[in-house]
Every structure is written in C-alpha cells, then in structure tokens.
Design a protein around this ligand. Structure first.
Ligand code: ZN
Length: 633
C-alpha cells in the first residue's frame, strides 16, 4: 500500500499539476509548488502568503442515517497579495455542490471553480477563480459517509444506546468535513450553527456549549480566539454535563457521567497550577468530552473542550497525566502553534514538559520521575526502529503522510530538550523565559527557527557560557539523543526492578512483593520489564496472586495482555477478545494485533476478531490494525 503513495507523488510531480481549473485561474498547485509557494507547510495546497481565511461561518445539518454533515461554509478572506486571482482550499472526499462569492454586504454570485485530482493522503485542492472585489466565498457541500475526520457510531456501539458522532481533525482531517486552508500556519475565528436530532446534544470546541439539550436540536457556537484548522472539533451524542469547578466540567454519556466527574474532580486545580506556571488561561471555560471507547487516541486538545478516551477512567485518578497533557496544550499548541508538522515538537515536547510540571505540583516528584522514566524507555525503543528522518526534533516530513509526525521523538525528546535547558539555567530563569515565550508568540503559528532565534536572543545570549548554540542545534538537527540529555531516574522503579529480579531468580515469592502499595506506574514498569522472561506457569502464578486478567485499569490490562500473547496464556484470551471488541484506542489495539500477528497461532484469530470489531473502530484504528495484521485492501 505504501509504494502507491510514492508513485502518486511522483506522477503529480512529473505531470506538473492535477486538473486545471477554469479560467481565469492559471495554474493549480503541484507537489513542488506547494512547498515553494507557501514556504511553510507541504501538507496543504493553500497559499496563505497570497490570501488568508480570517473568519469562518459554518452552517451544518448532521444526518445520522446518511452519516453526513451537509450545509455550507462561508470563508471571509484577507488578501496578502493584491493581484491574487484564485483561492485554493484543501478538501478531502467532500462533495462540492456550489461555490459562490460576494463582496462587502453584496449578494452571493456563482464563481468558477474546479476540484483537482485527489492526492492519496492530502485530498483534492478546490481551486476557485476569484474576481477582484470578492472577499467572501461560500461553499455548499456534504462530507462523505467515510470521512476520515469523523466517526459515526450507531446506538449498538455506545453505552447509551443512542448514536454518537465525533470529529478528529489533527493533523489534516479537518478538510474531510470543512473546506479550509487546512494548515496550522493559518489561524481564523469562527461561528457555527449545527442542527442534530433533538434527542442528542451537539458540542464544539468553542464558546456556546450548553449543559442541556433543547427541543429544536439547533445549537450555536462561536470561537473568537483565532485557531488553526486542526483544532476544529464537533461532538454529537446523548450527553450529560457535570461541573468540576466554576469554569470546568465534563460531558459524557449518562452511564459514565458520575464516574467521569469523580475521576476528573481535580480539573479546576490543574487549571490553577497551569496559570501559576505559564500565565492566564486564555480560553474561558475548560471542559472535557468523554468519548466512546472507540476514540482512536488518548486525548485531543480541542480548545475549551478537550476530548478524552474513557479508558483513563480507572476509578482511582491514576491516569490523569493525560488530562494534564491536554490542558497544557491550552498554552503549548493552542496558544503558540507549530506552523507545520515538521515542528510538532514545539507543540508536543513543550506539552509533555508542561504536563510533568503540573503532575509534580499535584502529586510530587516521585510520580513525575516515574512517568519520565517510562517515557524515555519508550523513546529509546522507538529510536531503535525509527526512520532516519525521525531521529531529531526538526524532522523532514515533506513527502510523507503528516500522520507520521506523531511518534515519540517530538514528544519525549522535545521534553528532554526542555529538561536540559531547565537543568542548565535553573528552574527560576527557565520558567521566566517560558512565560515570556508564551506571551511573545501568543496566537501565532511559528516554526523551529523562530523558536531558535528567540531562545538565542532571550536565554542563551543574556546568560553567556551556560549553553552554546552548537548544543541547541544538536538537539534540533542532529540524529539521536544528545549526550547532554539529563535522563530521569526513579528510586521507586529501581526497587521494582529489584523485586522483579528476585522473583525471577526464585529468591522471593509473589506474596513478598509490596504490590498492594504500587502505583499504576510501578505495575506497568514491573509488567513491561518481564517481556521475554515469562512462561505460562509464571503467568498463572501472577494471575492467581493479583487477578491481572480481570484488571479494571486499561493500562495494566493492556500490559498484561501483551505478556499473555507472548506466552500464549489461555486464561487471558477471553479478556483479550473482549478488550479488542470494546476498545478502539490505537495505542492499545495496534500492538495487540501486531503481537498476535507475530505468533504462529494468533494471526488468523486476530483477523477474525478484527472483522467483528471493525465496524466499531475509527478509520485511523482500522488502518493501523490492518497494517499490523497484514490485511491488504
Ligand atoms: Zn499532545
């Protein structure tokens, strides 16, 4: 499947361009043009250096039978280049019905437009011929039932028995439900009217969310802070709301609302900690939307309304790091944004660093260290098998699916880079620098070189002899983890290592393990460290002692099921099947399917489970699972 991407890219490049639009538009963009013309983002056909969308007015009907959003988008435009004669928008599988334009308060009139050929992972540029005076363009359209950025669930796939729909726009899937300049380099404000079946509630990552359904099924939203398109978010379902503080709360299906409100009760305190560290929270409210278990990610930092998987509701608040992470994005990412996906570390590295600071405030240094050690273990494993373009913070993604931006390097190595700077300059100086950095670049999309220049001018030069720009550049541009990294250590994990080793050497019985007092992180470290060291007798002994097959903590259950696949531990196979049928979080499903595919007994069974689970999975989860199982489409 991969090679066809290359061939298509080569064809596009060689032939010069997809279909030409009608006159007077001269050219439509090809692969080379895009990168050159914008100079910013090779994953968007838009030309924001010539003309920019500044405001979006969205009017949509949600049809759960047709699995479609349909309606129109009005884009308000600002010209950067007075001679610009076309507007190029990103679309992917959209059915375009009509394109009209207006100037000032004038009437909308038909415009000439053309949808060029679709690129495999970038979609099809919509090229609109733009008369001189037009400053508003309206596109009437419908999304495809298979839109990559939307998941439509039937009642049978939710806990409420009612249908559910949610979006996932990052990195470049907003174009599957709104025609836009779909690049993080462009920020715009928006307003939206959404009509849904009256038994359901619509929410958006915006101002205007109501706590209850109304009888008309029509909801209005507005976002007055400029956002990049990947933060566009909509959710529709049988939702209830519970308050967690004066400016925070949680939306969930009725069955989960009580446990969700308890699990996330510290949300307000987290916002306060974030403000103490990096300045005022600038988005008004901060709510969470708990999605059905098929949500392919842990969380998504949609502004004002972050999305979270229900698999972090553990009943003991042990998996709240993910919430701290999504909240932290309110500064790193949503306030100061990477201009292209090559600079993703500016979003994610800062956020992992910031998340750790919040967790340290809330739960102390031990927990922070344990989570850091787990993160670095994952990074080292990822670097061993990573593409050579992915071994440093600034990565070359220009001819790759932007989905590939999301691996450990920008997250964990990005955090280690900031740990390194904090260690050298001291926490107080570094905190001051970060606060000023967020102020300076607030509401902007920047690249790594913008950060590098700011760092040099405001931290490196004013404090001579502490860190050299050569050291900085090694982190940004040289492959591998620099020797200057300050790697985390955890006493708690050292103790777990000791117990594990003693048990494996029969020097200690399981009843002597202090496991009653172990946190989730200690458990994960214990189980992950047993890879390759277990047989079914040891599995049975662990299961008898700690009931791991029945663990209600999804992280522990997942780690245990990985060991169960490795050892073909039969008593856990029913749980494995049930887990895969219930949960569509890619972090869990992909390795479990890959683990089964790796065995001589499990691959066909894995395919059989997948075929049954498929209807409840998000397109992203399906894609990853099919690759893991070697299913060709
Ligand atoms: Zn993140």
């Amino acid at each position: 499947m991969r090679y066809s991407v290359w061939i298509l890219a080569l064809l596009l490049f060689a032939c010069g361009a997809p279909d030409e639009p009608d006159p007077p538009v001269a050219e439509s963009p090809d692969e080379a043009d895009r990168a050159v013309e914008t100079g910013i983002d090779p994953h968007s056909y838009a030309e924001p250096n010539r003309i920019r969308v500044s405001h979006l007015v969205l009017d949509l009907d949600a049809d759960f039978t047709a699995r479609q959003l349909s309606g129109h988008a009005v884009l308000e435009l600002e010209r950067e280049d007075a001679d610009v004669e076309r507007l190029v928008l990103d679309t992917w599988d959209l059915e375009i019905l009509d394109v009209t334009g207006a100037s000032g308060d004038g009437e909308f009139e038909l415009l000439s437009w053309r949808l060029a050929d679709a690129h495999e992972y970038l979609g099809a540029p919509l090229v609109v011929a733009l008369p001189e005076d037009v400053d508003r363009v309206r596109i009437d359209y419908s999304s495809s039932p298979d839109a990559f950025g939307l998941q439509w669930l039937e009642g049978a796939q939710t806990s409420s028995g009612q249908p559910f729909m949610f979006s996932q726009s990052q990195p470049h899937y907003a174009r599957t439900w709104v025609p836009l300049q779909d690049t993080p380099a462009v920020r715009y404000t928006f307003e939206a009217a959404v009509r849904v079946p009256p038994e359901l509630l619509a929410v958006m990552g915006a101002d205007g969310n109501t706590f209850e359904r109304n009888d008309t099924g029509e909801y209005h939203f507005e976002m007055n802070e400029p956002i990049p398109s990947y933060l566009m978010a909509i959710g529709i379902g049988d939702l209830e709301f519970a308050e967690t503080g004066p400016r925070s709360g949680v939306y969930a299906e009725p069955e989960l609302i009580e446990s969700a409100a308890w699990e996330f009760a510290e949300l307000e305190e987290m916002i306060d900690i974030g403000e103490d560290l990096y300045g005022p929270y600038q988005w008004g409210r901060y709510d969470l939307l708990v999605l059905p278990p098929s949500f392919p990610f842990g969380g998504m930092e949609n502004p004002r309304l972050s999305y979270v998987t229900p698999t972090i509701i553990a009943g003991d608040r042990s998996l709240l790091t993910l919430v701290a992470h999504e909240l932290a994005h309110s500064w790193s990412g949503n306030l100061v944004t990477n201009a292209a996906w090559r600079d993703l570390w500016l979003n994610e590295g800062f956020t992992v660093y910031f998340e750790a600071r919040i967790m340290e405030e809330l739960y102390g240094r031990d927990r922070r260290d344990m989570e850091a050690v787990l993160g670095v273990q994952g990074l080292k494993a990822a670097l061993e098998t990573a593409d050579e373009r992915d071994l440093q913070l600034v990565r070359d993604l220009s001819d790759r699916d932007p989905e590939q931006a999301f691996m450990r390097t920008p997250y964990v190595m990005g955090r280690l880079f900031l740990d390194f700077l904090e260690d050298r300059f001291g926490r107080e100086t570094f905190d001051e620098f970060l606060r000023a950095y967020f102020d300076h670049f607030a509401w902007q999309s920047i690249n790594s070189e913008d950060f590098r220049d700011y760092l040099e001018a405001n931290l490196i030069s004013p404090n001579p002899g502490v860190v050299s720009m050569e050291e900085v550049d090694e982190w940004l541009y040289e492959p591998g983890l620099p020797d200057t990294a300050v790697l985390p250590e955890s006493d708690a994990f050292d103790s777990v290592d000791g117990y594990r080793q003693a048990w494996l050497e029969d020097d200690q019985s399981l009843s002597d393990l202090p496991a009653e007092d172990w946190s989730v992180h200690e458990w994960l470290h214990f189980l992950n460290g047993l890879e390759g060291d277990l047989d079914t007798d040891r599995m049975e002994a662990l299961d008898d002692a700690f009931d791991l097959t029945e663990s209600e903590n999804y992280e522990i259950a997942f780690a245990w099921l990985m060991r169960a696949i490795e050892t073909r531990y039969e008593p856990a196979m029913d749980r494995l099947e049930a887990f895969l049928l219930e949960v569509g979080r890619n972090k869990f499903t992909q390795p479990l399917y890959a683990g089964l595919a790796d065995t001589d007994w499990g691959r066909d069974w894995g395919v059989e489970i997948y075929e049954r689970a498929r209807a409840g999975y998000h397109p992203l989860t399906r894609q990853a699972a099919e690759r893991a199982l070697g299913i060709e489409d």
